[in-house]
Structures are given as C-alpha cells and as structure tokens.
Design a protein around this ligand. Structure first.
Ligand SMILES: [Zn+2]
Length: 150
C-alpha cells in the first residue's frame, strides 16, 4: 500500500479517535489491514520516490499546521499518522541492501499476512474512495464539534 495512504488513514483515524495511544495503535493496525487490501505496488523506483516525497510532505504538514494543532490538542492526528507510516520504514533498508521478506519484522511485510496485488487503476480508485469516506466521516465530526461549540 502507498505510504501516503497509510499516513492519511492513520491521521484521519487519529482525529476520529482523539486519544494519542489509541490513535497510535489504530495507525499500526490500519497499516496491517491496508497492506492486506489488494493494491498496486509499482515496479519502478520512481513510484516509491514520488510516494515517499508526498508522504514526507503530508507528515510535515500535519506536524507543522497550526490549524491541525488547533483541532488536535492531544496530537492524536499526528500519532495516528506517524504510527500508520512507521512500519514501512523497515522497507527503507532495501535502498542500501537487498532484503528478503523473511528479514522483515512487520507481519504484512514478512509474508505472515498476504500482500495482495491488483492493477494500478483499481488500486488508485479503491485508495481514493477509502480516503474520501474516512475524510467525509472526519468532516462530519468536525461539523458536529463546531455546532456543539456554538
Ligand atoms: Zn507496509
């Protein structure tokens, strides 16, 4: 699954949960579920580089945004995003040496859980739809909180 999708999903779950420890656990748990969900892993390095850059930009925005800090005083969004992203950091070792699946720790990377593949179009549409649904739920929560505050 794309790293940026893991980050956005973890961040959104963090916002919905609003508790840092539970958000962190949801981030890691969602990473596992998303890796099992059929998706497209690009063959070229370019796709991973673009995804990594988007992910870093997204994490930087989440960490530095005053707007997000204003609605996320407990930093649950940030913890969800970081812990959604964290498992894929073990894949970075591939940049310096070839790793076999048995050398990884995370269950969706070491072959314990299936890492199912699909085509690029189906992967893009399913990830975009999932993020849109989560964001719509988060937007609804934000509206309700604003109404409650008057
Ligand atoms: Zn992963």
């Amino acid at each position: 699954m794309h790293w940026t999708t893991h980050i956005l999903t973890g961040a959104t779950l963090g916002y919905l949960i609003d508790r840092p420890v539970q958000a962190a656990l949801a981030g890691v748990g969602s990473h596992m579920l998303l890796d099992v969900m059929p998706h497209y892993d690009p063959d070229s390095e370019l796709g991973y580089v673009i995804d990594a850059l988007l992910g870093v930009l997204t994490l930087t925005y989440i960490a530095g945004s005053g707007t997000i800090r204003g609605i996320d005083t407990r930093h649950a969004i940030l913890w969800g995003a970081i812990c959604g992203a964290l498992p894929d950091t073990e894949l970075l070792v591939n940049l310096v040496e070839d790793m076999g699946p048995e050398q990884y720790v995370f269950p969706s990377h070491d072959g314990t859980l299936p890492h199912m593949q699909t085509g690029l179009a189906a992967s893009t549409v399913s990830q975009a739809a999932m993020i849109a649904v989560l964001m719509a739920i988060a937007r609804h929560k934000l509206r309700l909180e604003k109404l409650r505050q008057g």
